[in-house]
Design a binder for this molecule. Structure first.
Ligand code: ADP
Ligand code: MG
Length: 443
């Protein structure tokens, strides 16, 4: 399939894709949709940001249109991701009647969820924990589920949801279409597919060990003591939005505080914050009001934010694949971006594992540089000091006029959508995970 119109899509769906400015299918969509439309089970392997949501959303909608008694269930690892999927569902079904969805996620009160369930939704989007709450209270019935989607299956397993998935599977009919989407393929995902899918077709695009060639990668050697200064340096030599990854919630808090003390426009997202706080942080970052977002991997998983200029790995991820997901937030679909990793001597083994993975995947090797010796920049007080000599530029964000630069072929205009979500299962030393961005680039 080269074009959506080759698919003979029903008019309201066609129209929705037009409104969404989806003209050409992304590679995973081009491969997965025709296969899924045949009704068989499917495994889709693709990095974040490749358009997996519509890859399963479009065939699911067609299935539900054909059979008015059928419903669909999408399981996702985090709240933000579930919210984001719901946004795409709404967009795709905007010209249809009776394609209501219900979103069952933790962190929100049960009441609106119960209300949504009473309205006979055609689609339920849920995180495993909250769905089980509903199953136990018998407030949801999955007997009509004809299509089941496991989104970000690798992350669900990493987060320890295997028992919950098992429990949920007992409530969905055996006779169903199951689609599993994942960014990485490991023995755990393979086992999951063997267990719940029936002779699935497998479609894969670009291996998760391959970093986008459009991302300029650098590793900066620093030390634990100098890490914050190195971070400031790296921020100051860049314009545009920045996504900073840290290892834990408390480190996210500390880095945010540190940057805020320098007058930088910064917010943070991790599983320990309330849903309202997370939503606000993400909304500010998406709208461009906030320049820097500090995040744990889990909280950032699956977030679809357009136009991230730079990714800074303040801490390296424990799982090398996560590095590829992280830096995939920038440099999307042909737009250029940059990624910096701050590497302390303690983190060198992790860095070696990452570069080995990149080499295996055939990616360009990152450049390694030593942390800039206290560069011309002298650390200033939080407020600009008017009396300073000009070469001592205050380390402050001077709000460079963002310019829209390049548009990648899969971008479209300023879109909302939620983000990947921490969640109670986010642990202190949990490895980390990714998110998504599309290719609007500011310089
Ligand atoms: P994934 O689930 O693989 O991480 P998403 O489904 O979140 O990816 O899509 C990533 C971004 O690409 C979103 O902003 C989405 O709107 C956009 N997108 C997806 N498919 C297309 C398409 N066919 N044309 C244009 N933009 C697309
Ligand atoms: Mg996704």
């Amino acid at each position: 399939m080269q074009q959506f119109n080759e698919l003979n899509l029903p008019q309201p769906l066609k129209q929705a894709l037009e409104t969404m400015k989806f003209e050409t299918p992304t590679p995973i969509q081009a491969q997965a949709i025709p296969v899924a439309l045949k009704g068989g089970d499917l495994v889709g392997i693709a990095q974040t940001g490749t358009g997996k949501t519509a890859a399963f959303g479009i065939p699911t909608i067609m299935r539900l249109m054909e059979n008015p008694a059928a419903t669909a269930l999408i399981l996702a690892p985090t709240r933000e991701l579930a919210i984001q999927i719901e946004g795409v569902w709404r967009d795709l079904t905007r010209y249809m009647k009776d394609m209501r969805s219900a979103i069952l996620v933790g962190g929100y009160s049960m009441r609106p969820q119960l209300q949504a369930l009473r309205q006979k939704p055609r689609l339920i989007i849920a995180t495993p924990g909250r769905l089980i709450d509903h199953l136990e209270q018998r407030t949801v019935n999955l007997a009509t589920v004809a299509v089941l989607i496991l989104d970000e299956a690798d992350r669900m397993l990493d987060m320890g949801f295997a028992p919950q998935l098992n429990q949920i599977m007992r409530h969905v009919p055996k006779e169903r279409q199951t689609m599993l989407f994942t960014a990485t393929w490991e023995k755990e995902t393979d086992a999951l597919a063997k267990r719940y899918l029936n002779q699935p077709s497998r479609v894969a695009v670009a291996s998760a060990s391959k970093a986008a060639d459009t991302v300029e990668q650098t590793a900066v050697e620093t030390t634990v003591a100098k890490k914050n200064d190195t971070l400031l340096d790296e921020i100051n030599r860049r314009a545009g939005t920045l996504l900073i990854f840290t290892r834990t919630k408390s480190r996210t808090d500390r880095v945010t505080k540190f940057l805020a003390s320098y007058g930088l426009s910064v917010s943070r997202i991790h599983g320990g914050r309330s849903q309202a706080q997370r939503n606000a942080a993400l909304a500010g970052f998406k709208s461009g009001q906030i320049r820097i977002l500090v995040a744990t991997d889990i909280a950032a998983r699956g977030i679809d934010v357009t136009g991230i200029g730079h990714v800074i790995n303040y801490d390296l991820p424990n799982v090398p694949e996560d590095y590829v997901h992280r830096i995939g937030r920038t440099g999307r679909a042909g737009a250029s971006g940059s990624a910096v990793a701050l590497v302390t001597p303690e983190e060198r083994p992790l860095w070696r594992a990452i570069t080995t993975l990149l080499q295996r995947g055939g990616s360009n090797a990152p450049k390694t540089v030593a942390a800039a010796a206290p560069s011309g920049l002298v650390r200033s007080a939080p407020l600009p000091q008017p009396s300073r000599a000009p070469q001592n530029r205050p380390r402050q964000y001077r709000n460079p006029q963002p310019q829209r630069h390049q548009r990648g072929e899969f971008t479209r205009d300023g879109r909302g959508g939620g983000g990947g979500g921490g969640s109670s299962s986010e642990r202190k030393d949990r490895p980390a995970q990714s998110a998504v961005t599309s290719p609007r680039y500011w310089r």
